[in-house]
Ligand binder design. Structure first.
Ligand SMILES: Cc1ncc(COP(=O)(O)O)c(C=O)c1O
Length: 370
């Protein structure tokens, strides 16, 4: 019989399991707290759209049926909205579910993926899980993807380039000009993954390169219902690309992903312009209040266009202590040591009450511990 070591490929053995934000119930159990503000996972603090819930309800009585594996209704809506054919759309269990299919479809062991340091770890875990090699380029001094350096590092080995725009955990974005320059330098045989999980928060910025304005055959755009649409828990995301890419991704996808309730909830959310507008307004208001608070407290932060702010505690030790203090107060933020930013913490923008909780806990943390 084979030893355990031989059963598991070394790239899986050395892979670290992705650490998501702490769940509310876990902290409540550990600390025996009743007031908890979960500001660690960039979720929509206002909850799911009421229209999504209504659609979900209608789907409950059909749970004995398998989902529509073609996602007809949702793809029809998305194709109307973005003026695309259904053949250009893929649905999945969150945008990460689609990323998992992309790495399975296009990457083989030892092939090279080019991306930035301090970007979305979920993608890196997935690329490593198929044995791919990651080449990561430092961010620029202003915490943005360094497009010129990324371009300089394209070689004949490069198979996929991953760009999160806006980036998590920095909240920065690459401009139209940078994107145009980048695309002018990327050979057509290289696949570009454009991860736009925070698209709804930024697309009104004039110089944001809305990928729907472009039609590159080697670009896959990924979007999600997890963030602005408030559906993280049900797992649904979508992608757009040339139909040849979509067909190959579909070959490795589980046939019934995303599930029927997720498809219905997404349809409802897509029609709920009011909920989206209130969400974006809350985000803007909380952003202004939070940067005001951080400035008042003398804490540096990275200007963000998304629904979170990453702030600088100047040392890993300070960040760790404040993180612990916030947890003790019932406030969950995200430590960033896994993103190679151990001196920073990331706070998602919550409701007014949640940000008040964060503000109180931050103030007592700074007074007591620093
Ligand atoms: C940049 C980025 N991409 C993708 C995801 C995953 O989103 P989903 O819930 O759609 O899998 C996240 C979640 O935090 C993210 O920050």
């Amino acid at each position: 019989m084979k030893s355990k070591k031989e059963l598991v490929p070394s790239y899986i053995r050395h892979l670290e399991i992705y650490q998501a934000g702490k769940p509310i119930e876990e902290l409540a159990r550990e600390k025996n707290l009743s007031r908890i503000s979960k500001l660690g996972s960039n979720e929509n603090p206002l909850g799911p759209s009421p229209l999504a819930l209504k659609e979900l309800n209608t789907g409950l009585k059909s749970l004995h049926r398998y989902p529509d594996m073609h996602g007809y209704q949702l793809k029809s809506e998305l194709s109307k909205l973005f003026k695309l054919k259904k053949e250009n759309i893929i649905l999945g269990n969150g945008s990460e579910g689609i990323m998992a299919c992309i790495v399975r479809a296009f990457l083989a062991p030892d092939e090279e993926v080019l991306t930035s340091e301090r970007t979305f770890i979920g993608f890196m875990v997935l690329a490593r899980s198929v044995g791919a090699k990651l080449k990561t380029i430092p961010l620029s001094a202003d915490f943005k993807y360094d497009i010129p350096r990324l371009v300089e590092n394209i070689t004949e080995k490069t198979k996929i380039i991953y760009i999160a725009n806006p980036n998590n955990p920095t909240g920065t974005y690459i401009s139209k000009q940078e994107f145009d320059y980048f695309m002018s330098k990327v050979p057509e045989h290289i696949l570009v993954i454009l991860d736009e999980a925070y698209f709804e928060f930024v697309h009104t910025q004039k110089d944001y390169p809305d990928s729907m304005d472009y039609r590159y055959d080697n670009v896959i755009t990924l979007r999600t219902f997890s963030k602005a649409y408030g559906l993280s828990g049900i797992r649904i995301g979508y992608g757009f690309a040339h139909e040849d890419l979509i067909t190959n991704i579909a070959k490795v996808k589980l046939p019934f992903e995303p599930n029927s309730l997720a498809q219905l909830a997404a349809l409802g959310a897509l029609h709920d312009a009011d909920h989206l507008a209130v969400t974006l307004q809350n985000n803007q208001d909380r952003y202004q209040e939070t940067i005001h608070l951080l400035t008042q407290m003398g804490i540096g932060f990275i200007p963000s266009v998304a629904n979170f702010i990453t702030f600088d505690m100047k040392s890993a030790e300070n960040a760790k202590r404040l993180h612990e203090h916030l947890l003790n107060c019932g406030v969950i933020v995200r430590p960033l040591d896994k993103n190679e930013m151990p001196e920073f913490l990331r706070v998602s923008l919550g409701t007014k009450e949640e940000m008040q909780h964060f503000s109180e806990a931050l103030r007592t943390g700074l007074i007591k511990k620093f």
